[in-house]
Design a protein around this ligand. Sequence first.
Ligand code: F6P
Length: 328
Amino acid sequence: MHKISKLAVLTSGGDAPGMNPCIRAVVRTAIYNKLEVVGVRQGYKGLIENDMYDMEPRSVSNILSFGGTILKTARCLEFRTDEGMETAYQNLKAKGIDALVVIGGDGTFTGALRFSRKYPDIAVMGIPGTIDNDLCGTTYTLGFDTATNTVIEAIDKIRDTADAHDRLFFIEVMGRDSGAIALRAGISCGAEAILLPEKETAISELIDALKTGHLNKKSSSIVIVAEGDKNGGVYDIAKRVEQEVKHYDIKVTILGHLQRGGSPSSFDRILGSRLGFAAVNALIAGETQKMVGLEANHILLTSLEKALNQQEFRLESDLLQMADILSI
Ligand code: F6P
């Protein structure tokens, strides 16, 4: 069993709203339990470059409402190499750090798992922080709720202008290989169609649905395209549809990185606080190589290996079924 005395916390990969409340919870729970805490700047890059600083309760004052991450983040290729990992390990050891909290998504956890297998004397706990909501062992990842609300707000605005002009909009949303944001935003905004990586939709099917919608007196139409959709990208899809659907003026919007910013929602502030608190308590209890998650409103631990298992990850089938039916 790992008995820990000093932990480091980092955020890695794409930032997600809710990371700051989570960092705050990690720092304060650790200090409450008489542990020393070190903040690592820019994720694994900071571990390798020894860019770390001591944190105390005031280091995380007044950050609950900020998007982004006060620790900054990066995608670090060097941490994938044996040399990079060894340097990171030596830097941690030199500071007497015996536990590491990593807040991030699948890339972050893949690195954490490899690191932890190589250097098991440093306990590792993952906290799911990604807008993509694509990890097993948690119904929600940090940032997904805020990002989805941001997308909904943007699409509602697009609907206003689409409706005023009787236009068809193709809107690309983030999510990498996950259609989670697209599906929820689509249902919430009454999208006429949602193209997802998890569900194949032929372009001919989409064209038929849009023509039927027009016959059914729909004035505007919104098609949400998840960025991981396999039909060749939002501009290409719009072009193919344009050749067949003549009754609409067609426009394309890519929402892009605005989806990742902004003040975290109430849900993400609470989720970040709960997960940060739980992660430190799990490390104190001797756990390692795990992820803290939330399922059925209960905190649970999942092995990092299982959290990364995409085979087990599914979008909710009732949402998938409902999306088509409610948009007739
Ligand atoms: O993983 C979060 C995410 O925002 C994905 O939805 C998106 O594919 C990717 O990161 C974009 O990454 P970057 O900001 O490095 O371009």
